[in-house]
Design a binder for this molecule. Structure first.
Ligand SMILES: NC(=O)C1=CN([C@@H]2O[C@H](COP(=O)(O)OP(=O)(O)OC[C@H]3O[C@@H](n4cnc5c(N)ncnc54)[C@H](OP(=O)(O)O)[C@@H]3O)[C@@H](O)[C@H]2O)C=CC1
Ligand SMILES: O=C(CO)COP(=O)(O)O
Length: 310
């Protein structure tokens, strides 16, 4: 069982990796943070760790996984993934990559409405740790839970992970909506229909529908789609104001995973024959095929239909 003397290795010293390190240090003395630019090697960082948490952005996940595979990690070590992205080659989620590479290890997803800037300011927040292996989720809960960070367990890792990942596309859409100053009614309609899109593809993927109405789906929509602290929202907002994606990304210091996720999602939706009109418009806008106003018109002039899928 996890206690004060356990060892936790956090991989990726970006905004989220640093915030999670501070949270873990409330409960565990030995918390190490690995960066590609740091002086400690990956092997030194993970040596004897009970839990290895990856907070690297999706483009670094395969690389870190393959580096870890070349080390001998004991089978009881728990892997935790906090990445909110999709693999462009396979459309796999990060937890699927981790589980496929380490089939005998417990894998836990950590995901929720967790804007790192607010967490760094010690404002209260809640999150979800999800695993098929109950005891692994409970161990990770003990590492991160505190009076300012309430951690819930969940048994649907895929749903929790997709909730946090797919909402990044909706955060871009929400930013566009606000950048165009379309008003509160438009935003409510956009996000409600956006959540329905997330559930539609998520259920097809194998996730439970109810998971999307929890912290990592609806909760993360409420946080990121309404906050200028969200990088994905910022991307959308500036697109709505007429900037190009290249211009926006050249000034954005940190990762906006929704840009890549929109592309992967469109690919997966096409393969699976699933209707995702908002995601499709976000993708076309990101590719500069259409303007924000054209995206709005496309959505408003779709064929009329019942609200609930039959
Ligand atoms: N910031 C937030 O509020 C939250 C972020 N997340 C998710 O966490 C992940 C990381 O986000 P965040 O820390 O904010 O991002 P940052 O842009 O601040 O940092 C990028 C992170 O990815 C790591 N990385 C490893 N390999 C690569 C690579 N090849 N290319 C680029 N980066 C690489 C970096 O590691 P290194 O230190 O070695 O450079 C760094 O930790 C994302 O998937 C994000 O969606 C989830 C919840 C909240
Ligand atoms: O996922 C997040 C908060 O839950 C962070 O959102 P951004 O990546 O859009 O900043």
């Amino acid at each position: 069982m996890i206690n004060k003397n356990s060892a936790v290795a956090i991989l990726g010293a970006g905004a989220w990796g640093k915030a999670l390190t501070t949270l873990a240090r409330n409960n565990v003395d030995d918390v190490r943070l690995f960066s590609r630019r740091g002086c400690q090697t990956l092997a030194q960082t993970v040596e004897g760790a009970d839990i290895i948490l990856s907070a690297v952005s999706i483009k670094g996940v395969r690389d870190i996984v393959s580096q870890l595979k070349s080390l001998s990690i004991p089978p009881q070590t728990i892997f935790v993934t906090a990445t909110k992205g999709l693999d462009p080659e396979t459309t796999c989620t990060p937890s699927q990559i981790w589980q496929e590479s380490f089939p005998n290890h417990p894998v836990v997803v950590l995901c929720g409405p967790n804007l790192s800037k607010e967490i760094t300011q010690e404002l209260p927040a809640a999150t979800v740790v999800a695993s098929k292996i109950e005891s692994a989720g409970e161990s990770v809960q003990l590492v991160f839970n505190s009076t300012r960070f309430r951690v819930y367990t969940n048994s649907d890792p895929l749903g929790v992970e997709l909730g946090g990942t797919l909402k990044n596309v909706m955060a871009i859409a929400a930013g566009v909506c606000d950048g165009l100053q379309l008003g509160t009614n438009a935003k409510a309609a956009l996000l409600t229909r956006g959540l329905i899109e997330m559930v539609r593809i998520g259920v097809d993927w194998g996730a439970k529908p109810e998971t999307f109405y929890g912290l990592s789906g609806l909760g993360d929509i409420l946080a990121t789609c309404n906050s200028p602290l969200s990088r994905n929202y910022q991307v959308g907002y500036q697109l709505g104001q007429g900037k190009t994606l290249v211009e926006i990304l050249s000034h954005l210091q940190e990762t906006a995973e929704g840009v890549n996720t929109a592309k992967v999602l469109v690919q997966r939706a096409k393969q699976q024959n699933i209707s995702m009109p908002i995601t499709q418009e976000v993708y076309r806008l990101l590719k500069a095929e259409i303007t924000p106003r054209q995206a709005l018109l496309d959505l408003m002039t779709r064929d009329i239909k019942p609200e609930v899928d039959s």
